[in-house]
Design a protein around this ligand. Structure first.
Ligand code: UD1
Length: 368
């Protein structure tokens, strides 16, 4: 190994950026110890899903942008592999670090395994036990191929042990996404997003939906839109809408369902606006992973529009309730919340804003 280990961070999609940013900063605080390179695959390319996050998180621009864009899973994953392989052969890193469970994570893991480059996975061990989720496949393969597995919650430790992953590769370092939240909450509290949409603190619900299982089937999406439109009769609903979902709403002729006074569809929001929107909401309805975690940290009731979760701590300790795509269950929990019977919850262990430091401690120990 060279005197100064070269570490490449690979990101590609929106939920990667808030996980990579604190680690990038922590590594760059030690320029004499580590040489750090950032690669963006271009899986997400819209300004609101990518560049805006770099700006708001204060992240340096990527050293390299692969520009792969959208496509089927095979197409997207393969394109990332082809482009990333060229970069990594040229860079010859000592370690590559990947984040979460998106296709860019999977593609980078496969390339590293074939090039015999050591791999670190931040957010290892999470399992929904639902193999119809593309992310579940990405998680299983990435963990199997990783040399250092950085775990966010206790369930991750249990899952990895059950899968026979050796303990010496596994590190319980906590939830790095909460580092970004802690670092930016003060700035987020100052943004004017509530005024922009005439919302009162605690006086609205936030909705997000983008999972293929919820938005790609016209019946399921229709049922969910009808249900959330019903909720908007009781409390205003704001819906920052992922491009995948906007396209489906239009394609299935469902935009009319949500053309109501108290139901607003918005463009995808930046990190600070969305953090503020969550922090002041009465409740959040979502099928995102990260939002289940952020609402648990913030103590805001979360209704998850999925029947499984890989984020057990959000249900067992936090404020999360799984409702699937069943309108009756969703409406029953909404009712409870509006009647003041929401879950209180507590913040899980090591969701404390100091995870990046703990990961760098491990890297220092293993690599210097
Ligand atoms: C991806 C992740 C998902 C994550 C989500 C967060 C995978 C398998 N899925 O899903 O885990 O929760 O990101 O957003 O990696 N599109 C645009 N502009 C963009 C990017 C995408 O319009 O910048 C549209 C395209 O129509 C594209 C579709 O969204 O085909 C899906 O994009 P893709 O990256 O394949 O998956 P996401 O649904 O974003």
């Amino acid at each position: 190994m060279r005197a100064k280990p070269k570490i490449v961070l690979v990101v590609g999609a929106r939920p990667n950026f808030m996980k990579a940013s604190p680690l990038m900063k922590e590594l760059q605080r030690e320029p004499r110890a580590f040489d750090t390179v950032l690669i963006h695959t271009g899986q997400h390319y819209d300004h609101n899903l990518s560049q805006l996050f770099f700006e708001q998180l204060g992240m340096p621009q990527p050293d390299s942008y692969l520009g792969v864009g959208s496509g089927s899973h095979a197409h997207q994953t393969a394109r990332i592999m082809v482009e990333l392989e060229k970069e990594l052969i040229q860079l010859d890193p000592d370690l590559v670090i990947v984040f979460g469970d998106v296709n860019s994570t999977l593609a980078a893991s496969l390339v590293c395994a074939k090039l015999c480059v050591r791999l670190g996975h931040v957010e290892a061990g999470l399992r929904s036990f639902d193999n119809t989720m593309p992310e579940e496949i990405n998680r299983i393969v990435t963990d199997r191929l990783s040399d250092y597995l950085f775990v966010t919650e206790n369930a991750g430790l249990v899952n990895l042990r059950n899968e026979g992953i050796a303990d010496h590769r596994v590190f319980f370092t906590g939830n790095i996404m909460i580092d970004s939240l802690v670092n930016h909450l003060k700035a987020a509290r100052e943004v004017g997003v509530l005024g922009r949409y005439s919302l009162e603190p605690q006086g609205y619900a936030v909705l997000t939906m983008h999972r293929p299982s919820n938005v790609d089937d016209p019946d399921v999406l229709g049922r969910l839109m009808k249900c959330t439109a019903e909720i908007s009769e009781r409390i205003p609903v704001v819906f920052p809408c992922h491009p995948r979902t906007s396209k489906r709403l239009e394609q299935f002729g469902l935009l009319e369902t949500c053309q109501r006074e108290n139901f607003r569809i918005l463009e995808p929001l930046g990190y600070l606006d969305f953090l503020k929107l969550q922090a002041e909401a009465r409740m959040v309805l979502t099928d995102s992973g990260g939002i289940q975690e952020e609402t648990t940290y913030l103590g805001i009731p979360c209704i998850t529009i999925r029947s499984t979760t890989e984020l057990l701590a959000t249900v067992e300790e936090g404020t999360n309730t799984l409702c699937g795509s069943d309108p009756d269950k969703i409406l029953a929990v909404v009712n409870d919340i509006l009647e003041g019977n929401s879950r209180r919850g507590r913040i899980p262990d090591l969701w404390d804003g100091a995870t990046a430091g703990r990961i760098v401690d491990v890297l220092r120990d293993k690599m210097l």
